[in-house]
Write a protein that binds this ligand. Structure first.
Ligand SMILES: CC(C)(COP(=O)(O)OP(=O)(O)OC[C@H]1O[C@@H](n2cnc3c(N)ncnc32)[C@H](O)[C@@H]1OP(=O)(O)O)[C@@H](O)C(=O)NCCC(=O)NCCS
Length: 206
């Protein structure tokens, strides 16, 4: 069963349930969504199923995942996006990568920024991560704008699996919080899988 993590004015960030698979598949198969993620390819059925399963397992083990994003109105609607941490393969472990994606019908209303701000606040004040990074394709103007608006520092360009990505960084302004047993602050023990959901295609992954 899904659990609400945070609510904003217009959005709910929540964990995933297996019944979300059809709504998630709509997002993951939309070429506008995958243009700069998953190597620009629509997700396969296998990737869709394993992404969802990984998020459910990661949330149970770590207290975080790439959460489902749902509009508050209409109530009890389907997920319309994804926002959250690390996830696929924990590719940049031990660093925690923060990502966001949204159904194209909802773009340019400030929703991804609203979700990202809520996720960042939760991750710094509640989970206690020391630092977040975001890897953004240099041509992904909307995503670069979200990173800028939430205060991430554009650090450097890195090459990952033959793709140039812009690394953004945000340090926890609250410093080192005492550990909270409900959360893990690293990717150890998390399920690894395909690169779906990240800006960095991984040809070796399923
Ligand atoms: C990235 C994404 C989540 C942004 O969602 P969103 O809800 O439209 O984002 P917001 O409305 O909060 O902010 C987007 C900003 O980008 C700007 N923007 C959008 N398209 C742009 C473009 N082509 N050129 C320049 N700026 C652009 C918007 O004007 C807005 O900035 P503003 O508020 O200063 O005007 C959405 O485009 C998406 O899901 N893309 C596909 C998945 C993806 O690539 N995720 C990122 C992986 S790193």
């Amino acid at each position: 069963m899904a659990t609400t993590v945070v609510q904003t004015e217009r959005l709910t960030l929540r964990t995933w349930a297996p019944t979300d698979i059809d709504a998630f598949a709509v997002l993951a198969r939309d070429p506008r969504v995958t243009r700069y993620i998953n190597g620009g390819r629509a997700a396969t059925d296998e990737q869709i199923g394993s992404f969802l399963e990984r998020q459910i397992v990661t949330a149970a083990r770590a207290g975080w995942c790439r959460w489902a994003l749902q509009l508050r109105e209409p109530a009890a609607g389907e997920p319309v996006g994804v926002v959250g941490f690390a996830g696929p393969g924990c590719t940049f472990a031990p660093e925690i990568e923060f990502g966001w994606w949204l159904h194209p019908d909802l773009w340019s209303r400030g929703l991804a920024t609203e979700a990202a701000r809520a996720g960042i606040n939760h991750c710094f004040a509640v989970i206690g991560f020391a630092r977040l990074i975001s890897m953004v394709h240099p041509e992904n103007a909307a995503s670069l704008a979200v990173a800028r608006k939430v205060g991430m520092r554009r650090e450097t360009e890195v090459e990952h699996n033959g793709v140039t990505l812009v690394r953004h960084v945000l340090d926890n302004p609250l410093g080192d919080l005492p550990p909270d047993p409900r959360y893990r602050r690293d990717c150890s023990g998390m399920p690894h899988g395909s690169s779906l959901g990240t800006a960095h295609p991984d040809p070796d992954a399923g």
